[in-house]
Design a protein around this ligand. Structure first.
Ligand code: GLC
Length: 801
């Protein structure tokens, strides 16, 4: 195997001096006298693309990661030739390219400060093994510089001092620091001198990142093939870096159906039908909200995708309908391996149409997965994706399945040492034929994409729901994801917390872990603590391998059931807040979970925090990660926060002890926040909601909050049938004013808000709604400081004595 051994390696080759320069609209070409060309594209004022070739000639420019919807355009572009450098200036960045050796330095265009500079810069090594280049980039790393991102790496959030590999890998029972695992997201954000920038290395070959590990002042990245092709994304706000990366690689193509944000129950496997029914009925009987039930591989006939085991599930359509009548959406697993069986129509068809992957020397790529020997569709061929999407017709349109779960799509192959295809397997790569070395990291993504296309087509007019295990940058456009086969240990609870945060800062917010742990069996306490964390992850599903015991909310003792119910109920109450957060993610690429450095990068204390995060924009959460804990020390970021349980106000910017017995966890709400809440329901849209609660947390000063709503499914919202409310809160020592601005054509069923005030520092003596005095007696100012207000109020004004 070729691993980058060193940066001083004698075989490294370097660009020599620039001999020509040319420009084509937004793209500049710098050519050296040893045939290296740097192609520099100004994507936006704050986003530059750097692409290098060593032969004077570029390969076809094709990327699965970059979306065609990515924003382009800049306000300013000036190019100046100076004695030693070419200087490229946009409204946000100055980029200097050394005439001597192509090395790049980047500065903030406003204050001139240095943001990032090449150390050796672009260099390469020729590989005799595959006849191409190992492409490398090295950049200076400064003391105090921190690094974040890279998808699902189960290591501390701050990546400084570590080296990572990107090669999508089936990693049963991985642990802290196992690398690589399921996903390849070659994007990181760096934070230095309170300014953030990001680098997205869009290269699908096996790649590596070294964050000042090999050499203290150098950060580097390289890949075993392909081009040195990276995007430099300037902030200076870290949240803008992440949003711009998400804009480049794509936001989810549509909102998920709201039910997908409910609670999901899964196991390997629930069967036969009577077992499935027993589980779903128990949820209703115990009044534990749940929206989705999953069928793992045993629902199939001999693990053949798109078939049913008729002994276990004699009439799937009826069952799915009955589950649906009870509020349960059925989600089924579909793997990429297609059983070699001439009697099996899916196999036969793919064979006839020549859709399976082949080895370089001709034969089919054969590998063992659950069904035994399989062939694997080449999802990098658009025709194969189209065919695959069509296979969902019966499952979705006829039987009524609402979601599909793609697994083993690394692709995983059993009983072989490298756990996947050999390197020589051929792929179409959308008309850019290549070997598995290049296609491996995007195979799972293209499978999930094809599945998504099927779900989208056959779920219409409802929204699709897909979940995938493997992913490359951009997969978030099509699906949600989970973190793979974790273990029921306290360490894995820590990992789950890290991974969900890291995925969010890597542009992929719709993620969650197997709550409770997939392998082994959690104690009730661990399960409870995991649920407490899991209800704050965008994707919230219990899953377990099943051979170690049960993992339903009632599988432990009654106390566990009660606490679990309470937290799942909290998630259902917070659904409008969560949905609003999702909408901001879909609209603006804002990560749904914000690690503290993403929330407050100016405070260096946040740069090494791991456990605490902001759920949406206003709720601070910190899971309990230890056994027998009655609370924990945690860092509360700057500002004032309300303890969610007690309404006690704390001043942040420091670490503090927070009580949290087993029935509680540390949750804080930002002062000034207005949080919309639904009543508890057993599943999404079980009830006609006639009143939405607005929890108002007083602040002396101003704070804006949002509330997005629509029909919770379907596409009418795209045509303007949504409601988007902005609440502007202004608090003074004896006054509170809330102004509401409303957009969109959606009319909800509810007519009223039940406004609940928290932390009002005065006793209310008069109230005006839309400038009309309301006699106190008429507005039912309840004992608990709540009142009912028409949902379309424009201004609510409380005055104190
Ligand atoms: C893999 C998946 C797991 C699933 C199992 C059986 O291990 O990661 O979630 O239950 O396969 O399909």
């Amino acid at each position: 195997m070729i691993v980058n051994t060193e940066l001083e390696y004698k075989g490294n080759l370097f660009p020599s001096k620039i001999v020509s320069y040319s420009k084509d609209v937004d793209t500049l070409y710098f050519k050296t006298d040893n045939d290296v060309v740097l192609e520099l594209t100004v994507v936006r004022d704050s986003v530059l693309r750097f692409r290098f070739t060593t032969t004077g000639n570029f390969e076809n420019d094709f990327s699965y990661a970059i979306t065609k919807y990515a924003s382009r355009g800049y306000n300013k572009l000036e190019i100046e030739e100076q004695e030693e450098v070419y200087k490229v200036t946009t409204s946000k960045l100055i980029c200097e390219i050394s005439k001597l050796d192509l090395r790049v330095s980047l500065f903030d265009a406003i204050d001139g400060s240095l943001i990032n500079e090449d150390e050796l810069g672009f260099h390469w090594e020729e590989s005799y093994e595959f006849g191409g280049n190992i492409v490398k980039m090295s950049k200076a790393s400064h003391d105090g510089e921190s690094y974040f991102g890279l998808g699902d790496k189960p290591a501390k959030l701050n990546l400084k001092g570590k080296r990572f590999e990107n090669w999508v890998t089936d990693s049963y029972a991985y642990g802290k620091n196992t690398d690589p695992i399921y996903k390849t997201i070659p994007f990181y954000t760096a934070l230095h001198n309170k300014k953030a920038y990001g680098i997205f290395f869009d290269n699908t070959f096996r790649s590596f990142f070294d964050f000042a590990n090999e050499r203290r002042n150098v950060t580097s990245f390289w890949a075993q093939g392909g081009e040195m092709n990276y995007y430099f994304i300037y902030g200076p706000q870290m949240s803008d870096v992440v949003a711009n990366y998400t804009d480049l690689t794509g936001k989810p193509h549509q909102l998920p159906p709201l039910w997908a944000l409910g609670f999901h129950q899964c196991k390997w496997s629930y069967y036969p039908e009577s077992k499935v029914k027993e589980i779903t009925q128990k949820f209703r009987e115990l009044r534990i909200p749940c929206d989705a039930i999953y069928l793992d591989i045993d629902y199939m006939d001999g693990f053949r995708c798109f078939t049913w085991n008729k002994d276990y599930f004699p009439d799937p359509k009826r069952m799915v309908k009955e589950l649906s009548d009870d509020g349960f959406k059925t989600v089924v697993i579909i793997d990429p391996g297609i059983k070699i069986d001439m009697e099996y129509s899916v196999f036969k068809e793919a064979l006839d149409k020549d859709y399976f992957c082949k080895r370089a020397d001709g034969p089919y790529m054969k590998g063992k997965v659950w069904p035994g020997e399989c062939y694997f569709p080449d999802f990098t061929n658009p025709e194969v994706r189209e065919w695959w999407s069509g296979l969902f017709k019966e499952l979705v349109e006829d039987i009524g399945v609402k979601g599909v779960w793609n697994d083993m799509n690394e692709p995983a192959v059993m009983e072989v040492p490298n756990k996947t295809f050999p390197n020589d397997v051929r792929h179409d790569y959308d008309g850019n034929p290549c070997s598995h070395r290049k296609a491996h990291n995007i195979y799972g993504m293209q499978m999930a994409r094809a599945t998504y296309q099927g779900l989208k087509k056959y779920s219409y007019p409802k929204r699709p729901f897909v979940i995938t295990r493997a992913a490359y940058s951009g997969t978030q456009r099509y699906t949600s994801t989970w973190t793979g086969d974790n273990v029921a240990t306290w360490e894995h609870l820590w990992i789950a917390n890290i991974q969900a945060q890291r995925m969010a800062m890597s542009g992929f917010s719709f993620a969650g872990s197997d709550i409770g742990g997939f392998a082994e069996q959690p104690q009730g306490e661990l399960f409870t603590r995991w649920i407490q964390l899991g209800v704050f992850h965008p994707f919230c599903r219990v899953h377990s391998s099943g051979d170690h015991g049960d993992q339903e909310p009632w599988a432990f003792d009654e106390d566990v059931t009660d606490i679990v119910r309470k937290f799942i109920e909290l998630r259902y109450q917070l659904l409008p807040y969560l949905y609003t957060t999702f909408w901001q993610y879909v609209e603006e690429g804002i990560p749904m979970l914000k690690s503290l450095m993403l929330f407050d990068q100016e405070d260096v204390h946040t740069h090494y925090r791991n456990d605490e995060f902001i759920f949406g924009e206003k709720i601070l959460v910190c899971p309990i990660l230890e056994q027998n804990a009655r609370g924990r020390r945690m860092f509360v970021p700057r500002g004032k926060w309300f303890n969610f349980w007690t309404n006690e106000i704390v001043n942040g910017g420091k670490e503090m002890w927070v009580d949290a017995d087993i029935d509680s966890m540390p949750i804080f709400v930002k002062e000034g926040a207005i949080i919309p809440k639904y009543p508890v329901q057993q599943y999404v849209d079980e009830k006609e909601i006639d009143q939405v609660v607005l929890d108002v947390y007083y602040k002396e000063g101003k704070e804006d909050s949002l509330f997005y709503d629509d029909a919770h499914d379907g596409y009418d919202y795209i045509k303007g049938r949504y409601s988007f409310r902005t609440f502007k809160l202004t608090g003074k020592p004896n006054q509170l004013i809330i102004q509401q601005h409303k957009e969109g054509k959606f009319t909800a069923n509810y007519q009223q808000f039940l406004v609940k005030f928290h932390g009002l520092p005065f006793k209310v003596s008069s109230i005006q709604i839309d400038n009309v005095d309301i006699p106190l007696a008429n507005v039912k100012m309840n004992g608990d400081n709540s009142m009912i207000v028409d949902k379309d109020f424009t201004q609510l004004h409380l005055v104190g004595e």
